[in-house]
Design a protein around this ligand. Structure first.
Ligand code: 13P
Ligand code: SF4
Length: 301
């Protein structure tokens, strides 16, 4: 039996379903039942009929799935797969900003620990942040943890006052301008498609800015035949599958999220067989962090 047959047999036996983010390796994307960006995956996680969810992504994703589905078993193929940015805010600063501003909403990018979500008013993803911030009644917005996404949203919602936090994604932060310009020189017809976790100087060069799903949808619809992609290189798989004939270039130093890439077929099979690496969130933390997640799902409709 091949490992893929074994995974499928285990899935059936354990009544399990596999969710995967676009940044995981192609062979994992190929066996997933649902694949998408953070927003899509958080929507899908609600209302699945299977009892067990195997989440091929980083810890905040599995944690969010568990918070939204307390009665389900959520398994992570690799417990050490974490998002560095998810930890880049702190309770003390949140309290300080809350004390300083009236009429404030703490807006928490979903790439954050449950501990941070618990202290926030609403969650957002890169796919819905602008819509949600616009819909909030509050004048002042403290956006955690990502400063780059915060600045991107602030530009599109000029009527609000933003307080920034110094978090960032180490993968997107390292996109090199000289390498993007070099790629553009080599492929002058190519459109530059960028994730809003990139710094402002990269966004300024871009033809389109959006979440991973946004980038994939844009490439399908565009008349253009060539693209320079400024996000993690896992999206190449879906871009090439959906766009035969179109060309996708990355910068010379390809952006790779090592945490997403720790997930392997062997690890998926192992957790299915053993039930190891189950996600646990305490009752009180789950109750408190569920509210901002549910508010996001409601406001993003
Ligand atoms: P999206 O899934 O919202 O595109 O975000 C990318 C990311 O960094 C996920 O960790
Ligand atoms: Fe976190 Fe960046 Fe990896 Fe996304 S790409 S999971 S934001 S470290």
């Amino acid at each position: 039996m091949s490992i893929i047959d074994e995974i499928n047999a285990q899935k059936k036996e354990k009544n399990a379903v596999i969710l995967a983010h676009y940044y995981v390796s192609p062979e994992i994307q190929d066996i997933a039942d649902y694949i998408g960006d953070s927003f899509y995956l958080s929507k899908v996680a609600v209302g699945l009929k299977e009892q067990t969810i195997v989440f091929c992504g980083v810890s905040f994703m599995g944690e969010s799935a568990k918070i939204l589905n307390p009665e389900k078993t959520v398994l992570m193929p690799d417990m050490s797969a974490d998002c560095a940015m998810a930890h880049m805010a702190d309770e003390e600063t949140i309290k300080k900003v809350r004390a300083e501003y009236d009429d404030l909403a703490v807006v928490c990018y979903i790439n954050s620990t449950a501990e941070l979500k618990e202290l926030s008013d609403v969650c957002v993803t890169s796919a819905n942040a602008v819509k949600i911030v616009k819909a909030l009644p509050n004048k002042n917005i403290f956006f955690i943890p990502d400063r780059n996404l915060a600045h991107f949203v602030a530009e599109q919602v000029p009527e609000k006052h933003f307080v920034y936090n110094e978090g960032y994604c180490p993968v997107h932060e390292q996109m090199r301008i000289d390498e993007i310009l070099h790629a553009k020189e080599m492929h002058p017809e190519a459109e530059i498609l960028t994730h809003p976790e990139c710094p402002k100087a990269v966004l300024k060069l871009s033809d389109y800015i959006g979440s991973t799903s946004g980038i994939i949808d844009y490439a399908v619809k565009s008349e253009c035949q060539e693209f320079i992609i400024c996000t993690e290189n896992g999206v190449r798989h879906k871009l090439e599958q959906d766009n035969p004939g179109k060309k996708f270039y990355f910068t010379e130093t390809e952006p790779v999220c090592q945490d997403m890439k720790t997930i392997t077929l062997e690890k998926i099979l192992h957790v299915l067989k053993t039930g190891e690496n189950e996600v646990h969130v305490s009752d009180s933390r789950r109750e408190n962090s569920r509210k901002p997640l549910e508010k996001m799902l409601e406001l993003a409709k």
